[in-house]
Design a binder for this molecule. Structure first.
Ligand code: SAH
Ligand code: SF4
Ligand code: F3S
Length: 457
């Protein structure tokens, strides 16, 4: 899943403990939306097992960290956080410290060997075992060896578990897990296992349940949603059926792969006003030579054709992408081709990363030969160009009539609402009797930083 918004979502912000007697758990989540969604599944499993949720580490009996391994920096940060959680044991020797998610899967026993204070290492397909593992750990004497559970299961979809929704009008819904693409740089297929799709009826049930709790906008999640297959149904079918649910105002999705996205999907988007005109279409690199080394089976020309096909059908579409600079052997000329694509496509947003070697990937065998200074310099040039494009594209929206979904009160001004346009641009507007979850026709009047000011029509 794209960790393209490296979210540090602290799911404990608004605790709503279901009971008040069981041990209390504190969960910290890093990485992509998939991890945020998984943490909600974990919370649901733990709530059913009688756990409460603590809103700070110090109040917790159990501290869990759900981690991301996609780049070295993410992994280092996760392990650093783990060390931070260990301070809990100073005041509570019986406290349980666990590491979940992609770093748990990628590093397994190494973590237990290097960090003896860790009690649990649990990978993304083993969360059902968490209640039993926690129980076992709590009754074992302090200092016992940590427990490891990292088997990847092709069947695991957590399909019967309703992730714990924490309120609000937006929610994530996982439609598929795992990835079979094996881009040469990417660790995700190794941390999340083979691709599998959820049955469509249970996706629809989950969205309906969320709508009955006040959700108006869902984001369907998968590493590569275009590979969704269930009993002959495709992602286009899934999207259009979700959009048909009464009471749901908007549906969006993440992420698409340029080799798999279908014209039918674009047609379904164009034909359904509830489906947001937003497409995250990672290109990774603009040079065909580098794309081949990355095992991304499309050329830059094919990618550009796809962008054109999307823009013809959906003129208002917002496009975002992921780009890696400094992939092994990337020359200045290769990099310029990336800049050319960025200038040509004019993305609304680009999430840009320096290449970092990941254990067990195919690219690990290539020499990481682009010097760090060149990676930094390329990244800076890329960001500067993209920022200019983003700003220009945003400014072109000023004056436009659109509709915003009111999501919450503006963080620093109780007299204002914050909402988003269908193409995901944030806007604030003064309150005038509306409620959270309302769709409001507006005109965008001004751009302040990355946020628009809007007036009602
Ligand atoms: N298909 C996934 C991608 C998940 S990883 C999705 O749902 O979007 C998110 C992004 O991280 C990738 O698109 C890629 O640009 C970047 N990335 C992955 N592995 C990387 C690595 N080894 N070094 C640098 N960036 C990487
Ligand atoms: Fe990684 Fe590629 Fe799969 Fe995305 S599509 S998760 S980048 S292997
Ligand atoms: Fe997501 Fe990071 Fe894992 S991006 S899939 S949490 S490696």
């Amino acid at each position: 899943m794209s960790d393209f918004v490296p979210i540090q979502s602290d799911l404990n912000e608004k605790p709503d403990a279901r009971g008040d007697s069981g041990p209390s758990v504190y969960i910290r989540t890093y990485g992509c939306q998939m991890n945020v969604s998984d943490s909600q599944t974990i919370e649901s499993l733990l709530a059913d097992a009688g756990y409460r949720f603590a809103d700070s580490l110090d109040e917790a009996d159990v501290a869990l960290i759900n981690t991301c391994a996609v780049r070295e920096h993410a992994e280092t940060r996760a392990l650093g956080q783990l060390a931070d959680l260990s301070r809990l044991k100073k005041t509570k020797p019986h406290a349980v410290i666990g590491i979940l998610g992609c770093v748990a899967q990628a590093r397994k026993r190494e973590i237990l060997d290097a960090m003896p204070f860790v009690d649990l290492v649990v990978g993304p397909d083993a969360y059902r075992k968490l209640p039993a593992l926690l129980e076992e750990r709590m009754i074992s004497p302090p200092g016992s060896p940590g427990l490891l559970e990292t088997v990847l299961l092709r069947e695991e979809l957590y399909d019967d578990i309703v992730p714990r929704h924490r309120g609000g009008v937006t929610a994530f819904v996982t439609v598929m897990r795992g990835c079979d693409k094996f881009c040469s740089f990417c660790i995700v297929p190794r941390t999340r296992g083979r691709e599998r799709s959820r049955p469509l009826p249970s996706i629809l049930r989950e969205v309906e349940a969320l709508v009955s709790q006040g959700v108006r906008d869902v984001m369907l999640l998968g590493q590569n949603v275009d590979s969704y297959r269930w009993e002959g149904r495709t992602f286009a079918d899934c999207l259009s059926e979700v959009a048909g649910i009464d009471g749901l105002a908007r549906v969006r999705y993440m992420t698409s792969h340029p080799s798999d996205i279908s014209e039918r999907l674009l047609d379904v988007m164009a034909g359904n006003p509830k489906i947001c005109p937003y497409l995250h279409l990672p290109i990774q690199a603009g040079s065909d030579r580098v794309l081949e080394l990355m095992n991304r089976p499309y050329t830059r020309a094919q990618y550009l054709k796809l962008v054109e096909a999307a823009r013809v059908r959906l003129p208002q579409i917002a496009l975002s992408t992921d780009i890696i600079v400094g992939f092994p052997s990337e020359t200045e000329e290769d990099f310029r081709q990336t800049l050319d694509v960025v200038r040509e496509v004019e993305y609304d947003t680009a999430f840009t990363f320096k290449y970092s070697v990941r254990p067990g990937t195919k690219a690990e065998r290539l020499e990481d030969d682009v010097p760090e200074a060149a990676k930094v310099e390329r990244l800076e040039r890329l960001i500067a160009i993209q920022q200019e494009i983003s700003r220009r594209r945003n400014l072109a929206q000023v004056g436009r009539q659109t509709e915003i979904l009111i999501e919450h009160e503006a963080p620093k001004d109780a007299g204002m609402w914050t909402g988003r346009t269908p193409d995901y641009r944030p806007a604030v507007i003064s309150k005038n009797g509306e409620r959270i979850g309302d769709l409001l026709p507006v005109r965008l009047t001004e751009l302040v930083g990355f946020t628009f000011r809007a007036e009602r029509l």
